[in-house]
Write a protein of this length. Structure first.
Ligand code: AP5
Ligand code: ZN
Length: 215
């Protein structure tokens, strides 16, 4: 199955992607995660991406698209994938469509996680990520009193772009550049919206119910 997750920053794309991808036995491909791995690895790509990410702006298309093209060619993505954070604007979506077409493939479904701005700010302010296994936690909702990952014992950190001011800017970027994807994919009859409020497990359940008819 070839799936895309769309939704504003903090909608829970990364959180849901880890469960959905594992339920469907497909790789989760997150452009944000790949950029962050490059930043912490000190690569050239990481240095370039960091200047955009710290401001909450999108990394230039040519860089992002080349990176995704390489990733989609890897063996584990040949029988399906879940894209989290890509495409992020209409031109990325057009390139993805044409790229898959060249390979005689297409998307099966685009899931939109729907949540309002205030909830996003609340979620991102309390987000912590494991530096070792990448698992996503929330200070309040997961009742985290220390900065240790309960899954692997790794140290948790707060993302640089989760400052309230940067979050507000990321939301503007989302409205301007990413929200148009909703009508782009609705036109192709690929879009299904999922209410992303409420407990994580309930959102996963709703997402899996939405996916099932396309499996
Ligand atoms: P990226 O990493 O993709 O960030 P984002 O889209 O802003 O999304 P987030 O990771 O912030 O949120 P999420 O929806 O995954 O939420 P999460 O599950 O963590 O991109 C970062 C940057 O990289 C961009 O700004 C850009 O610069 C660059 N970039 C990436 N892709 C790009 C592209 N294609 N083109 C150009 N540039 C690109 O959840 C958030 C918090 O809420 C967590 O703490 C979680 O525990 C909690 N939570 C989740 N679900 C629930 C729930 N149901 N109830 C309560 N809490 C919840
Ligand atoms: Zn961990």
């Amino acid at each position: 199955m070839r799936l895309v997750l769309v939704g504003p920053p903090g909608a829970g794309k990364g959180t849901q992607a880890q469960y959905i991808a594992s339920n469907l036995s497909i790789p989760k491909i997150s452009t944000g995660d790949i950029f962050r791995a490059n930043v912490s690895g000190g690569t050239e790509l990481g240095t370039l991406a960091k200047t955009y990410m710290d401001r909450g702006d999108l990394v230039p298309d040519e860089v992002t698209i080349a990176m995704v093209r390489d990733r989609l060619r890897e063996d584990d993505a040949q029988d399906g994938f879940l894209l989290d954070g890509f495409p992020r604007n209409v031109s990325q979506a057009e390139v993805l469509r044409d790229m898959l077409k060249d390979w005689e493939l297409g998307l099966d479904l685009v899931l939109e996680l729907v949540v309002d701005d205030e909830e996003v700010v609340r979620r991102l302010a309390g987000r912590r990520t494991c530096s070792q296994c990448g698992r996503i936690w929330h200070v309040e909702f997961d009742d985290k009193k220390d900065d240790v990952c309960d899954a692997c014992g790794g140290k948790l950190f707060q993302r640089d772009d989760d400052k309230e001011e940067t979050v507000r800017h990321r939301l503007e970027v989302y409205q301007e550049q990413t929200a148009p994807l909703v009508s782009f994919y609705a036109k192709d009859d690929l879009l299904v919206g999922v209410d992303a409020t409420g407990p994580v497990e309930e959102v996963t359940q709703r997402a899996m119910e939405a996916i099932r008819p396309y499996m």
